[in-house]
Design a protein around this ligand. Structure first.
Ligand code: PEP
Ligand code: MN
Length: 260
């Protein structure tokens, strides 16, 4: 028997449940982390003016070093709530622990980060709700393990699931990770579950983000999630991979051309 029978027969209209039109791509842009109200304001205004409906921004940040910026937590969520209402955006934000669920009511799409892909108690808790979840692939996990992790959420009853390929660790040191586009093509070929790509964490370098965003769409991804910042050099996390707003504008323009 398959270890992921629900993935095998998955056929939920997750993207149209999120308000997307047929063939419309899920484009999620925003900072790595919520840093301040001013930062969110500038980015949200930019997204609103450019017709982007989904903003990402982490309030709880899973950082490799405990000495690095850990996110603004509940204060960050309050900023996100205000911004969401002002600019009519849908918010994507990371949940690290089931205990954070009651705090994250105003978040439209919960993100499970790569480091938590096999946090089975978190996955089970997310299976019991109906809110959409983006499950990121662990950087040390196979496609099969990725699908098995997704099954945990589906098995609990939550069918609003989107997968996200965010790159895996390889021997290559010049990029932060290696974007495994073959996983996207393979999953698109064999299953109906939506999958998006995160070329920001996959590459770690802002100048590689646009080409790999386009490559993701070309190989069949249902969307992309990209980190952008009003002032990348001063970003408190992942500053090297963030697009500035001019680059983000260019990305949006290039994405429009892919749908012609
Ligand atoms: C993020 O999206 O900010 C993040 C931490 O990504 P990942 O879990 O893929 O490393
Ligand atoms: Mn990040």
């Amino acid at each position: 028997m398959s270890n992921h029978p629900l993935i095998d027969k998955f056929n939920e209209p997750v993207l149209s449940n999120l308000g997307l039109k047929k063939d419309e791509k899920l484009i999620i842009l925003g900072p790595c982390a919520v840093e301040s109200m001013e930062q969110l304001e500038q980015i949200a205004k930019f997204l609103h003016e450019n017709g982007i409906k989904f903003m990402r921004a982490g309030a709880f940040k899973p950082r490799t070093s405990v000495y690095d910026f850990q996110g603004l937590g509940t204060v960050g969520l309050q900023y996100l709530k205000q911004i969401k209402e002002k600019y009519n955006l849908k918010i994507v934000s990371e949940i690290m622990d089931p205990l954070q669920l009651p705090l994250m009511d105003m978040v439209d799409v919960l993100q499970v980060g790569a480091r938590n892909m096999q946090n089975f108690s978190l996955l089970k808790a997310l299976g019991k709700i109906s809110k959409p979840v983006i499950l990121k692939r662990g950087f040390g996990n196979t496609i099969e393990e990725f699908l098995c992790a997704a099954e945990y959420i589906l098995q609990g009853g939550n069918k609003n699931l989107i997968l996200c390929e965010r790159g895996i660790k390889t021997f290559e040191p010049l990029t932060r990770n290696t974007l495994d586009l073959a996983s996207v093509a393979l999953i698109k070929k064999n299953y109906n579950i939506p999958i998006i790509c995160d070329p920001s964490h996959a590459t770690g370098h802002s100048d590689l983000v646009i080409p790999l965003s386009l490559a993701s769409i070309a190989c069949g991804a249902d969307g992309i999630m990209v980190e952008i910042h009003n002032n990348p050099a001063f970003s408190l996390s992942d500053s090297e991979q963030a697009l500035n707003l001019d680059e983000a504008f260019l990305l949006i323009e290039k994405l429009k051309r892919t749908s012609d």
